[in-house]
Design a protein around this ligand. Sequence first.
Ligand SMILES: Nc1ncnc2c1ncn2[C@@H]1O[C@H](COP(=O)(O)OP(=O)(O)OP(=O)(O)O)[C@@H](O)[C@H]1O
Ligand SMILES: [Mg+2]
Length: 366
Amino acid sequence: MPRIELRGITKRFGDVVAAKDVNLTIEDKEYVTFLGPSGCGKTTLVKIISGIWEPTEGEVLIDGKRMNEVPVEDRDLGYVFQSIALFPHMTVLSNTVYAPIVKDFPVEERDKIAQEVLDLVDLLDRKKFFPGELSTGAQQKAGLARALASQAKLLILDEPLSALDARVRVDLRYELRRLVKDLGLTAVHVTHDQEEASSVSDRIVVMRAGRIVEIDSPENLYNNPKSIFTANFVGEMNFLQGAINKLRDYWAIIELRNQEYLTLRNRDFRLGAAIILAMRPENLRVEELRGTRLGNAIPGRIKSIRFMGSYLRYEVLLASDDYVFVDSFAGEEFKEGEQVAVSFDETNILTFPAPREGLSEVIKLE
Ligand SMILES: Nc1ncnc2c1ncn2[C@@H]1O[C@H](COP(=O)(O)OP(=O)(O)OP(=O)(O)O)[C@@H](O)[C@H]1O
Ligand SMILES: [Mg+2]
């Protein structure tokens, strides 16, 4: 049943503000991820939810009950620590049955649970090993098994997959989500990997410098981010700066630098207003440069081509002096140095009011 509410949570360490006025509700059985750059306060928040740390200000409620000052062992949660933190003098198996023993589960039940969770993380053959005898990735899996074995309804996962190989990491993501949903758990997962966050979560909490920037489903954060910071942090994004040059009822002409222009549907623009245009590399196309231009296209020159596996990434310097990345699945149709045009479909262009402090300031990671 765990429903978590954070009300006005602030955490200070001397002059450092690790969390600033955080308000958030995580519903029962919801899978929520804290996503943000290093040092933005993700671990701080999960430690406060767990009772490992007390907030400087604010309240933590679980199922409507105030939990401030309630010690971690009385909050009934499974916790996978960022630093792993297994009991070093105990085998993998003893680590795993620790919580079931503390909770006084009957012996057969303990063994059954341990067997199941160790099987899930593929560690059955190493259950007699001590943590020091395992690779970092295997230690992380043991940490996960230990947290799952607690049978707690609230699972806290602080970078639970960071030490694993790419392949295993992707497999375990799906396992984790399936498990949380099958068992009806509430999960709070911390990561700075936006792909991981998108693939496991019901909702993602985007954080920056101790504050929540935005909360939404993975799809909405990707397709319709409400802030430039999220647009940049979740997925890849190209940004162009422009100004509203002409305004009609339905259309607006956007002037880029060097007298290059794009046409967008009028989205309540104001004449003369400075805007930021954002578009994803997979939504742009590199085309042959032709004499007459149809629709939205800006001439440019290919600066570099990178092989990305299933696609190519063109880096193009536009006539507007902007660099953009364009992802192409069509194979290498163009060469480095070639004059081309980059075309833009207006429905794929997001627009934001230009921030007063400048673009680079609002996408900065700290
Ligand atoms: N025990 C502590 N004493 C002093 N400052 C701390 C302490 N723990 C964290 N901080 C500071 O609080 C801020 C947030 O740290 P936190 O560990 O919550 O970030 P994070 O988002 O988990 O980062 P990472 O992705 O690197 O794990 C940082 O500036 C950090 O230096
Ligand atoms: Mg952390």
